[in-house]
Design a protein around this ligand. Structure first.
Ligand SMILES: Nc1ncnc2c1ncn2[C@@H]1O[C@H](COP(=O)(O)OP(=O)(O)OP(=O)(O)O)[C@@H](O)[C@H]1O
Ligand SMILES: [Mg+2]
Length: 364
């Protein structure tokens, strides 16, 4: 998969800028605050319909403007796909090959992207929500149905929460809660299975990458904890009972206390939780490994590597790990866009761009 060009109109600090990309490594160099990350964000947005930095599109609008446009041409199995994202008056319109797309989920995942920035350390350091999000975003790229499944599940959770908080006669409340619980089981088991399946595949690929990255001195393990249990078959068979056991407490606390919306992905370094024991550099390496493992899994699934967007990551890695990443990028056929504040001499650029005050000029 490849991006051929991107046009940003009134997006962040870009007024109207067109940039052509090449296969292989595209390096964006510029001082702080010039617009490097904004380009990466634009590509991520046009491919996923979301920004990874902000919740509201309003913040993506160039100051004092009322609409933004992103246009991009991509190659997917040698076919050209043109995408357009238009935002105005709190509404977004997506076009694929100039045809409006009714539901965003219909096109998300067509062209895959892996994004990695220093903020991704949150996958290790943050709470379970961040790790579930990491898994769900990946699954959504290969199984578009996962997004609808999550939406349906979250609606049931919202409705059950509303019921827990409402003034309904106790026995009636109890029987209605049982009905929601049935749906939680039905949808929740599917979510758990998708996440477990991905975790197992991640483990195999990540183990190999992390071994190479650390000269086999450290061991990485990822384990999905479903309903607090490592044994997934047991968790699924006990799900109805676990829900029943929690009902009283849920009524008391007025919260839905059990289900895949509270699950976690354990990331272990040498058998210990990385969140608590891994050093800063080890945490970076763990996330890098998970991202590279995602790349491989998408290639296995789709037969092509996704785009790789690396925002400001080289400066965060030590020489050995940086070299590993550079070799990985150079030896594979992955189109990579990488930002940095000064040109990295070891990295061979397919194209080098200079970014300054919302203008992008190709230098090499
Ligand atoms: N909505 C917006 N409208 C106009 N300008 C914006 C908007 N949002 C951010 N900016 C400007 O964009 C610039 C930041 O761009 P970006 O985050 O891409 O910088 P960068 O080149 O990645 O810098 P760094 O090296 O510090 O990461 C800032 O100057 C900021 O003021
Ligand atoms: Mg930046």
């Amino acid at each position: 998969m490849m991006i051929k060009n991107l046009r940003l109109q009134n997006f962040r600090n870009y007024e109207d800028e067109l940039v052509q990309f090449v296969p292989g490594t595209n390096i964006l160099v510029g001082d702080n605050g010039q617009g490097k990350t904004n380009v990466i964000e634009g590509i991520y947005y046009i491919l996923t319909g979301k920004s990874y930095r902000v919740q509201r599109e309003q913040e993506l609008l160039r100051w004092n403007q009322s609409e933004f446009h992103l246009f991009g041409d991509f190659l997917l199995s040698h076919h050209k796909v043109s995408l357009e994202s238009h935002y105005r008056d709190k509404k977004k319109i997506v076009k694929v090959n100039k045809v409006p797309c009714q539901r965003l989920s219909d096109f998300v995942g067509t062209i895959n992207v892996i994004f990695f920035s220093p903020d991704d350390l949150i996958i290790i350091k943050g709470g379970p929500t961040e790790r579930r999000r990491f898994l769900d975003l990946h699954i959504a790229q290969i199984r578009p149905g996962h997004v609808s499944l999550l939406n349906a599940y979250n609606k049931v959770i919202q409705q059950k929460s509303a019921l827990l908080k409402s003034y309904v006669e106790r026995s009636l409340k109890y029987s209605q809660l049982q009905l929601w619980n049935q749906q939680i089981i039905e949808l929740g088991v599917k979510i758990i299975r998708n996440r477990v399946d991905l975790t197992k595949r991640l483990q195999v690929v990540a183990d190999n990458i992390y071994g190479n990255l650390t000269s086999h001195k450290e061991i990485l393990q990822v384990v999905y904890l479903a309903l607090g249990k490592k044994d997934i078959a047991e968790a699924i068979s006990e799900f109805p009972q676990l829900l029943n056991d929690k009902l009283e407490l849920e009524m008391e606390r007025q919260m839905v206390l059990i289900g895949p919306h509270r699950d976690d992905l354990q990331i272990l370094l040498n058998d210990k939780p990385a969140r608590l024991y891994a050093s800063q550099g080890q945490q970076r390496s763990l996330v890098l490994t998970l991202k590279l493992a995602e790349l491989e899994l998408i290639r296995e699934e789709k037969g092509e590597y996704p785009l790789l967007l690396l925002d400001d990551v080289l400066s965060e890695l030590d020489i050995f790990r940086r070299d590993y990443l550079i070799k990985f990028i150079e030896s594979s056929n992955i189109q990579t866009l990488i930002t940095m504040t000064s040109a990295e001499t070891h990295l061979k650029a397919g194209a080098l761009y200079h970014v300054e005050q919302g203008h992008i000029r190709r230098k090499q």
